[in-house]
Design a protein around this ligand. Structure first.
Ligand SMILES: CC(C)(COP(=O)(O)OP(=O)(O)OC[C@H]1O[C@@H](n2cnc3c(N)ncnc32)[C@H](O)[C@@H]1OP(=O)(O)O)[C@@H](O)C(=O)NCCC(=O)NCCS
Length: 160
């Protein structure tokens, strides 16, 4: 099944990111797939970094299907999944200049964070190990969504 998702990655990533995305596809614990007429049009690769922290490795949508809310639905699905397994925050790293990707994550209430903030919360050793798993590289920013159960900005609360 996972092999059938390789073309989707080839349409979405290049160079070192493509190589890493392919390797991650073979290893990562959870892959969620968006299907249209039985064909994969989008995917999300997810990993629990610890009991309380989830990580979205990659989200990708086939070029012809972008801009229709599929990436958003995959991300909301990922947040639901992490919440139901007890996570209190979810991380993702995105290319600083990747407009679509930043729009996707910021739109769901993610905010920028950094190594200092992660080590303040988890301690330096654990933060280092988390960073190793997340493979944040230069040119990428680390994002976090605190408490995935909280609605993102723009959502109205019951008291509004
Ligand atoms: C990033 C990606 C997954 C988004 O998927 P998508 O299905 O097109 O996204 P959606 O249609 O669900 O849009 C999600 C949000 O991003 C915004 N967005 C999408 N494309 C945009 C663009 N080109 N410019 C500005 N905003 C954009 C949407 O308006 C939407 O905002 P909202 O949630 O606040 O309404 C897709 O562009 C992609 O596969 N890119 C290549 C792979 C990649 O870089 N992945 C991310 C890094 S892991």
């Amino acid at each position: 099944m996972r092999d059938s998702l390789v073309p989707l990655l080839e349409e979405s990533f290049t160079g070192i990111y493509l190589r890493h995305a392919k390797r991650t596809l073979g290893e990562v614990e959870t892959v969620r797939v968006a299907l249209i007429d039985g064909e994969p049009v989008g995917l999300a690769m997810l990993k629990a970094l610890s009991k309380e922290a989830g990580y979205v490795y990659y989200i990708a949508v086939r070029p012809g299907f972008r801009g229709k809310g599929i990436g958003r639905r995959l991300l909301i699905d990922a947040l639901d999944l992490f919440t139901s397994s007890g996570a209190t925050e979810v991380y993702a790293s995105v290319g600083e200049h990747n407009v679509e990707s930043n729009a996707l994550f910021l739109g769901q209430g993610f905010r920028k964070t950094d190594f200092g903030q992660v080590s303040k919360r988890y301690g330096t050793l654990k933060a280092l190990s988390m960073y190793r798993s997340m493979l944040v590289v230069p040119g990428e920013v680390l994002l976090v969504k605190d408490s995935p159960t909280l609605p993102g900005p723009g959502s109205s609360s019951p008291s509004d």
